[in-house]
Design a protein around this ligand. Structure first.
Ligand SMILES: C[C@](O)(CO)[C@H](O)COP(=O)(O)O
Length: 254
């Protein structure tokens, strides 16, 4: 399937009986400043595909996915259309123009999702190793607990973490309660929309989606689904991630 202007509006059961009720919003609208490629990070080729293609493929394959939205820079639109067309996805992809920051891009993406879809999952276009099983694991976690506003992928930190100022240690954190936040980050859709509205109103600046929901005092669970789920941020990340993608395709894994 290719590109569409409007998203599907109903939940449905897939042939295998799995519940598909999640709108996946893939954020690929950054300038990639820290990566240092003028083309923008999302379209950088890695293991034979543009970076953002790997997240699209994994989200498309997840049982929980009902629709796909791709947030990109307006100047990347044409290249994104070509990248999507090359993938032979089973869901149509809605393209949305991003904003100046990740927060603005996420807000733009989630506001375009059909109001009839109960869950929204936000995925970094720069996390190409996220598996379909991780998308499904965060969806299962929220569905099984009505007290949760959302659930995010993450992993408990294993290094000792220091708080520092100008390179000098101020304190050592208690790592027993520290996690590294990843994506996907999945939420009940009306709560996420409201949380983003409130964050904009209060000029709250955040680096992930859970933060806006936490700011409303709501509960978000952490799901340790996938230890190796890195984000391509700086050039040094490239070789490791490309090698992992290569190893997976040798094993026949998406
Ligand atoms: C959402 C995120 O992946 C959680 O770790 C991260 O904060 C995204 O950061 P970026 O500035 O968009 O690279």
């Amino acid at each position: 399937m290719g590109l569409c202007q409007t998203a599907p509006s109903a939940c449905h059961l897939k042939a295998c009986g799995a519940q598909s009720d999640v709108a996946v919003v893939i954020v690929a609208g950054g300038s990639g400043e820290r990566f240092g490629d003028p083309r923008g990070k999302a379209l950088v080729p890695i293991a034979g595909r543009p970076l953002l293609a790997w997240s699209l493929l994994a989200a498309d394959k997840a049982q929980s996915t009902l629709s796909l939205t791709l947030v990109c820079r307006p100047q990347d639109r044409l290249a994104m259309v070509e990248a999507v067309a090359a993938l032979d996805l089973s869901h149509p992809v809605m393209l949305v123009d991003g904003g100046a920051t990740r927060q603005e891009s996420c807000q733009a993406g989630i506001m375009c999702v059909s109001p009839q879809i109960p869950f929204i999952s936000v995925q970094d276009g720069a996390r190409p190793l996220t598996t379909p099983e991780t998308f499904d694991a965060v969806a299962r976690r929220v569905r099984q607990d009505e007290n949760l506003a959302g659930a995010i992928a993450g992993w408990p930190v294993t290094d000792t973490i220091k708080r520092a100022h100008d390179g000098i240690i101020e304190s050592t954190q208690d790592r027993s309660c520290l996690w590294s936040a990843q994506t996907p980050q999945l939420f009940r859709a009306p709560l996420l929309r409201e949380a983003y509205r409130q964050a904009a109103y209060h000029r709250l600046s955040v680096t992930d989606d859970a933060s806006v929901v936490e700011a409303m005092g709501l509960s978000v669970a952490l799901v340790s689904a996938q230890r190796i789920n890195p984000k391509l941020t700086v050039p040094d990340d490239f070789a490791f991630i490309e090698a992992e993608l290569g190893a997976r395709s040798l094993r026949g894994v998406c």
